[in-house]
Ligand binder design. Structure first.
Ligand SMILES: NC(=O)c1ncn([C@@H]2O[C@H](COP(=O)(O)O)[C@@H](O)[C@H]2O)c1NC=O
Length: 200
């Protein structure tokens, strides 16, 4: 089954996978802890505005994961002190689903410290819905098919296994993946790039 991009959120970890039929020549680059999806040097030129973006970025006392440019305003709202629910709902609604051939939904998660009082959240904005939900167990949401937050069996002992865990999930056309944990006050991030994304 092809579900496109998807996230799994914790509560104390986040993971993001790029799956892609149309733009497989991509990788995730770590720039001082912010993880960016970018074309590989040999990728064909494209003017699609939705294929390069920050997919993991710290904001406030939390870490945001997501499949597009909405990751930045969510992080910026968290920096301003917005609650995770509101930062997700406002940013997802403001940018709305992507205006491409598939009306691709925007998906995002906010991962809080496992010791914090505030919950971690997932959200999705689709053509027909805006869903934002606190998570109490690992929860998956994808751009296609699995496009509502759904509990899933998933264990992440660290950021690396969060990234490799989603990279290896059975869904088709894996390209690259990111993982993040927020445990005992420490944020850790990791990247898993597929064979097309290896090397500089
Ligand atoms: N975030 C991404 O990495 C991403 N990659 C592709 N898209 C959008 O989804 C459309 C379908 O892509 P694909 O056939 O690779 O699933 C693309 O034309 C593009 O508009 C994306 N947008 C949202 O998921």
């Amino acid at each position: 089954m092809y579900v496109g991009r998807f996230i799994v959120v914790g509560p104390d970890f986040g993971a993001y996978r790029v799956s892609s039929r149309s733009f497989p020549n991509r990788r995730i680059v770590d720039r001082d802890g912010t993880l960016t999806v970018a074309p590989t040097p040999d990728a064909p030129e494209s003017d699609n505005p939705y294929i390069s973006y920050n997919c993991v970025r710290e904001g406030g006392d939390a870490v945001v994961v997501g499949n597009g440019s909405h990751v930045d305003p969510i992080a910026e709202k968290l920096d301003l002190g917005y609650p995770a629910r509101d930062a997700l709902a406002e940013s997802l609604l403001a940018l709305d689903y992507e205006k491409d051939d598939y009306d691709t939904p925007r998906i995002a998660g906010v991962v809080t410290d496992d010791d914090a009082e505030e919950d971690s959240y997932v959200g999705v904005v689709r053509r027909d819905a805006l869903l934002v939900k606190a998570v109490s167990e690992p929860t998956l949401v994808a751009t296609y098919e699995e496009d509502a937050p759904t509990p899933v069996e998933f264990e992440a002992s660290d950021a690396e296994s969060a990234a490799s865990g989603v990279y290896e999930m059975e869904y088709e056309h894996a390209v690259c993946a990111a993982g993040v944990t927020y445990r005992d006050g420490e944020v850790a991030v990791a990247v898993e790039n597929g064979p097309d994304g290896d090397g500089e």
